[in-house]
Each structure stands twice: as structure tokens, then as C-alpha cells.
Design a binder for this molecule. Structure first.
Ligand code: GDP
Ligand code: MG
Length: 354
């Protein structure tokens, strides 16, 4: 991605949106407040009539724009929610638990002449240093150095040590947007002005975007903001491709999401899902999966009383897989104990982590 660019990465100042007004002109909170209001008012401008359909006709190669955008931030700030909204379909699982995303997930969206290739990363892990977390961290560092634009996601009004760790990984040479997510949770918007100023001092952000990943108009606006940082170059994927991940991978991820959502905090994040069988027969998919946990006690938590919990995990996963594939799904899930897998480098690799 770093060769053959026909454009500088930083757009001219005049191309900036109102949200990109310099914040370094003194602590004028009224001005920042006005800017915020302006940024919010400009939400939803230029919403195309049909945002789900791929480009109607493929533009000539010389007019195609395409680039990589890394979505980074500490766990639980809303990165996967954002990626799904940008792609227009769920391709990255989400949950209230930190450490849900474990792989680098690529999602694409092609709109008019521009193909956006988004890379969702696991949040940077700092709490434990085991083989799984070391692998997750390598994924994050690998993702940010080879992209055209970085979207650094934080929760609006917040910034702690975990955010700082991720921010410290961002290379100066790649433009970064500060995306202040979960803006819907901020009730008095003016109160965010001092925080905003502080954030601008922490890194040379190209733009500041207060928004909510679950607000469709905000997501629309984000496309326009990102577009100008992408170089003129031929598309890397077909116009209607949404992800580079296989159906098999998606099946494992969907089961893992249900597992995370339906079990309490007692179940450590180290449990994982393996697909043992994925067969297509006409409109039917036969899927057999194994949930791997570290201890016998965890197995009980997943199975639940009279198998209730596992049954629910299976039912919810099956419904979602049926919606995704548009066909019938026959799903079988087993639970196995493999103690210490998350501490074992070789095993982390065999389970598909980079
Ligand atoms: P990730 O770990 O950064 O990928 O975060 P997720 O996408 O898994 O989201 C973590 C939690 O935040 C989930 O419960 C989401 O529903 C929630 N969330 C994400 N975006 C927003 C938002 O804009 N507003 C609110 N209120 N919640 C959000
Ligand atoms: Mg995630």
C-alpha cells in the first residue's frame, strides 16, 4: 500500500471539514463549543439514496480510489460495532466484554469510485502477558504501520492509560482521526470541550469526529471524512465484497459471540471456538464446532443446568448463521477442556491466531 501513490497522504487544508478546525488557537471554549455544534449539525449531509448497493457501474481504473483504514483503540470502545456499521453487515463480533475481537478482520465497502478497506484490530492487551495476548498485540502493531489512515477510537470524554498505550503505537507519518465514540452517552456536550483540547495536544490528529457507531447518519458522515485520505489507485476487491474472511471463520466467530454474551463474567475470555466440520449440501449447512475451555469448571458454566445454556448458545448462533447464509443450518456444538492453551504459543498458532 505504500508504493505507487499518486497523491500526498495529507489532504490540503481546504479539504478539511468543519470538524477539523484547528484546536490550538487558545483555550477558547466558546469557539470549541461552536465547532462541536457545527460538526454535529453537519451530520447526515450527503446521504446517498441507496447506501447498501454497490456502485452501479465500475469507474475507469484511473478514477478508482482505494485505501486501508485501521480502526484501533483499547478494548470495548466500539471498534467492531463501527466496522460492522461501515461495512453494512455484521462481520466482526461484539460484546460488552473486553477482548472479544481476537483477529485482524478486514471489511470492505465500495461506494461510487472509492473502495474503503477497513481493518478491525483486537484492542491492545495490557493486563496479562500470555501467548494469546502477545499475539493480539503483534496484530495491532502490524495493522497500524501499513495503512493510509488510522481511526483512533476512544469513548468521548475519556482517556486513560490503556488509551495512551494504543495511542503511543500510532506512527506520526500516517494521518489519524480521533473518533470520540459513544457520543450519545454525553449529555452536556459543552463539557467535552476541555477534553477535546487535551486530546489535540496528545497527538497531531488530522480531524476530530464526535459520533456514535450505532447512529447511521454519523457513519455516513464518516465515509466522507475518510475518503479524502485514500489514494487514487485501483480497487483491491470486487465492488460487492464485504470481508476477506471465510464462512467457516464467520461461523466460529458467531458462536464465540453468543458464548461471550450468554455467559457471565466468571467465564474467562480465554475460551475459544473451533470448527470441526463445515459442509454445504444445497441450501443446508452442516456445522460441527467445539468450544475449548481451560478448566472443568468453565465447561459446566457453558453447558449450564440441564444443558440449557449450551442450548441457547446453539440456538442463537444457528439463527444468526441462517440469516447470514440465507439457508438452513444444522449446528452441533461440543465443549472440551484443554488446560493452559492460552499460555502455549504453539497452540495459539494452531487455533488460528497470527
Ligand atoms: P470493541 O471491543 O472496541 O470492538 O467494542 P465493541 O464494538 O465490541 O463494543 C463494545 C460495547 O460498546 C458494545 O456493548 C457496543 O454495543 C457498545 N457501543 C459501541 N458503540 C456505541 C455507541 O456509539 N454508543 C453506545 N452507547 N454504545 C456503543
Ligand atoms: Mg472488537
Amino acid at each position: 500500500m505504500s508504493t505507487g501513490k499518486k497523491e500526498p497522504k495529507m489532504p490540503p487544508k481546504s479539504a478539511a471539514t468543519p470538524s477539523a478546525q484547528p484546536l490550538d488557537q487558545g483555550p477558547d471554549q466558546d469557539a470549541i463549543g461552536a465547532m462541536l455544534t457545527q460538526a454535529l449539525l453537519s451530520r447526515g449531509a450527503a446521504v446517498p439514496a441507496d447506501n447498501a448497493a454497490p456502485a452501479a457501474s465500475i469507474p475507469p481504473v484511473g478514477e478508482q480510489r482505494c485505501g486501508l483504514i485501521a480502526i484501533v483503540g483499547k478494548p470495548n470502545v466500539g471498534k467492531s460495532t463501527l466496522l460492522n456499521a461501515l461495512v453494512g453487515q455484521k462481520i466482526s463480533i461484539t460484546s460488552r466484554k473486553a477482548q472479544t475481537t481476537r483477529h485482524r478482520i478486514t471489511g470492505m465497502r465500495t461506494r461510487d469510485a472509492t473502495q474503503f478497506v477497513f481493518v478491525d484490530t483486537p484492542g491492545f492487551q495490557t493486563r496479562h502477558s500470555n501467548a494469546l495476548n502477545r499475539s493480539l498485540n503483534r496484530t495491532v502493531v502490524g495493522a497500524v504501520n501499513d495503512v493510509d489512515l488510522i481511526v483512533f477510537v476512544v469513548e468521548a470524554g475519556q482517556f486513560n492509560q490503556a488509551d495512551a498505550r494504543v495511542l503511543s503505537l500510532l506512527p506520526e507519518k500516517i494521518p489519524a482521526i480521533l473518533l470520540a465514540n459513544k457520543f450519545d452517552l454525553i449529555h452536556r456536550r459543552a463539557e467535552i470541550a476541555p477534553w477535546l483540547k487535551e486530546m489535540q495536544e496528545r497527538h497531531n490528529f488530522a480531524e476530530f469526529v464526535p459520533m456514535s457507531a450505532n447512529n447511521a447518519k454519523d457513519v455516513e458522515r464518516l465515509f466522507g471524512i475518510c475518503e479524502k485520505y485514500l489514494p487514487l489507485q485501483p480497487w483491491m476487491y470486487g465492488a460487492d465484497e464485504l470481508t476477506d474472511r471465510s464462512d467457516r471463520f464467520m461461523a466460529a466467530e458467531i458462536i464465540r459471540e453468543k458464548l461471550f454474551r450468554l455467559t457471565g463474567d466468571e467465564l474467562p475470555y480465554t475460551s475459544t471456538v473451533l470448527i470441526d466440520q463445515y459442509e454445504e449440501e444445497g441450501n443446508l449447512r452442516k456445522i460441527a464446532a467445539t468450544i475449548v475451555v481451560e478448566r472443568d469448571g468453565h465447561k459446566g458454566m457453558i453447558i449450564g443446568e440441564k444443558g440449557e445454556k449450551l442450548k441457547r448458545i446453539g440456538t442463537e448462533a444457528r439463527h444468526e448463521l441462517e440469516a447470514l447464509t440465507g439457508g438452513k443450518v444444522f449446528l452441533e456444538i461440543w465443549v472440551k477442556v484443554r488446560s493452559g492453551w492460552a499460555d502455549d504459543e504453539a497452540r495459539v498458532k494452531t487455533f488460528g491466531y497470527e
